[in-house]
Ligand binder design. Structure first.
Ligand code: NAD
Ligand code: UGA
Length: 466
């Protein structure tokens, strides 16, 4: 094993947990995670493990074990790059908000900055690993920058996309379905780099689960996996609307089709729409790539997954308005959940944001409770939309740290995230404290219809036509 020092650029949702697990499983390797965001690094170094910047079940124990031993978080990017044998690039690759490809293409400026910094600082040969999700053929751009602006040292570029899902990141990293490594398998140096990275993962991942391919297949497989996953959600959500119109029940339909081993039972949960930082961005990127090759039918095919998702969020809020007698003006609507899924504090592209925006356009007042998302983040999400002033967002949205208070005097409760604790609430007490008739709009299908109706609620469940 040659690799003694790893540097990871980007201490976010991927860089932090991924490197924590590598450090835990490879005590013989020093892993330094660097970031330009000083407060994020401070939070990773926080003595109080509850203050880590990423909440993931089990992550605190891993950080506790490895941090200070062979896991370090630092803002000294140059030093970590210079010392490393292997450098992971794990920075954000958001959708472009300007220029050519605006609203579709991936913005690669952070990737390019990393490549230029690596080229500037490196005085010894390095293996550079793409961990961020990237358009296919990005490795050639990185290679061009490294070779043309570097100090004459040699680089190998690998693609090692990350497949973890938030909320289950630690389990996904410890027991991955597969690890994918793309590299230059036509040269000895390329093969050696691939085997160096394989050896790292082989410390805890069975070798038959470590897949090696060429770089382009690896880059494209990541976009493909996310496109297929998101497509499943949009497919089941499309069916949920048919269910609501026909008397079928989406959970029954999902169970019936999921027992077909060719379809399988996972990722068939109807919802108010998928969120998260990646599905939409990666599909838009795929659509952009297809268009740039003139593959318009392919582009249209995948774009429909996003259109369906937007429709699902829109129809959820439309249904709240029409059910509440066609007006929510001045009415209090309580949001249970703001995160894009349970067990994470991440709110990026959460369905809650668009639903809130739609309801605020209808002059509703919104109160929010989420077990892991604080007020600051909720207001920041709404301010980012630029639909209304920041003062107005603060006037119209109240964030609570107590669910009972959030529900008091409410006209309707909308369940936006499937947090387990919502199932166990004392719904009888909540009912008593609300305006009547009291409505529940279950955008995650987690509550029991009969129990709620017996209490007195008017209960709507996504995908239930009964
Ligand atoms: P993130 O925004 O949480 O973290 C990225 C970090 O990179 C930020 O802290 C930012 O300050 C830092 N950064 C940006 N430019 C930098 C630079 N030049 N030098 C040092 N630090 C820099 O993003 P994330 O969610 O961790 O995602 C990172 C990549 O991984 C993306 O490409 C994403 O598509 C992919 N991905 C994300 C997930 C996920 O669940 N979030 C899963 C798989 C893959
Ligand atoms: C997703 C993929 O699952 C990961 O493999 C991938 O690495 C990651 O994107 C990424 O590239 O960022 P993540 O977005 O963290 O992970 O979470 P998912 O569990 O995939 O959920 C995404 C969204 O779909 C959530 O809003 C979730 O509530 C929704 N969803 C998921 C459904 O509505 N129904 C389902 O059956 C499954």
């Amino acid at each position: 094993m040659n690799i003694k020092k790893i540097c990871c650029i980007g201490a976010g949702y991927v860089g932090g947990p991924t490197m924590a697990v590598i450090a835990q499983k490879c005590p013989h390797i020093t892993v330094t995670v660097v970031d330009i965001n000083e407060s994020r690094i401070d939070a990773w170094n926080s003595q109080n493990l509850a203050d880590l910047p990423v909440f993931e079940p089990g992550l605190d124990d891993i950080v506790k074990e490895a941090r200070g031993r062979n896991l370090f978080f630092s803002i000294d990017v140059d030093k970590a790059i210079a010392e490393a044998d292997m450098i992971f690039i794990s920075v954000n690759t958001p959708t472009k908000t300007y220029g050519k490809g605006k609203g579709m293409a991936a913005d690669l400026k952070y990737i390019e900055l990393c490549a230029r910094q690596i080229a500037k600082v490196s005085q010894s040969d390095k293996i550079v690993v793409e961990k961020s999700t990237l358009p296919v053929r990005t490795a050639s751009a990185i290679r061009s920058i490294l070779d043309n602006t570097g100090n004459g040292v040699h680089y190998q570029i690998l693609s090692n996309p990350e497949f973890l899902a938030e909320g289950t990141a630690v389990q996904d990293l410890l027991f991955p379905d597969r690890v994918l490594i793309g590299g230059d398998n036509a040269t000895d140096e390329g093969k050696k780099a691939i085997s160096d990275l394989v050896d790292i993962y082989a410390n805890w991942v069975p070798r038959d689960k470590i897949l090696t391919t060429n770089v382009w297949s690896s880059e494209l497989s990541k976009l493909t996996a996310n496109a297929f996953l998101a497509q499943r959600v949009s497919s089941i959500n499309a069916m949920s609307e048919i269910c609501e119109n026909t008397g079928a029940d989406i959970n029954e339909v999902a169970k019936a089709i999921g027992m077909d081993s060719r379809i399988g039972p996972k990722f068939l949960k109807a919802s108010v729409g998928f969120g998260g930082s990646c599905f939409q961005k990666d599909i838009l990127n795929l659509v952009y790539i297809a268009k740039s090759y003139g593959l318009n039918q392919v582009a249209d095919y995948w774009e429909q997954v996003i259109l369906m998702n937007n429709h699902q969020k829109q129809r959820f809020s439309d249904n709240i308005v029409s059910t509440l007698y066609n007006t929510v003006s001045g009415k209090k609507i309580t949001f249970l959940g703001w995160a894009f899924k349970k067990d994470t504090n991440d709110t990026r592209e959460s369905a809650a944001i668009m639903v809130a925006d739609n309801l605020l356009n209808e002059q509703a007042e919104i109160s929010v409770y989420d077990p892991k998302v604080n007020a600051e983040k909720i207001y920041a999400d709404m301010d980012y939309l630029n639909t209304r002033s920041s003062d107005e967002n603060r006037r119209l949205i109240t964030v609570h740290d107590n669910p009972s208070q959030a529900c008091e005097d409410s006209h309707g409760i909308a369940i936006l995230t499937e947090w387990d604790e919502f199932i166990d609430y004392d719904w009888g007490n909540i009912y008593e404290s609300m305006n009547k008739p009291a409505f529940v709009f279950d955008g995650r299908g987690i509550l029991n219809k009969k129990t709620l109706e017996d209490i007195g609620f008017v209960y709507y469940k996504i995908g239930s036509g009964e």
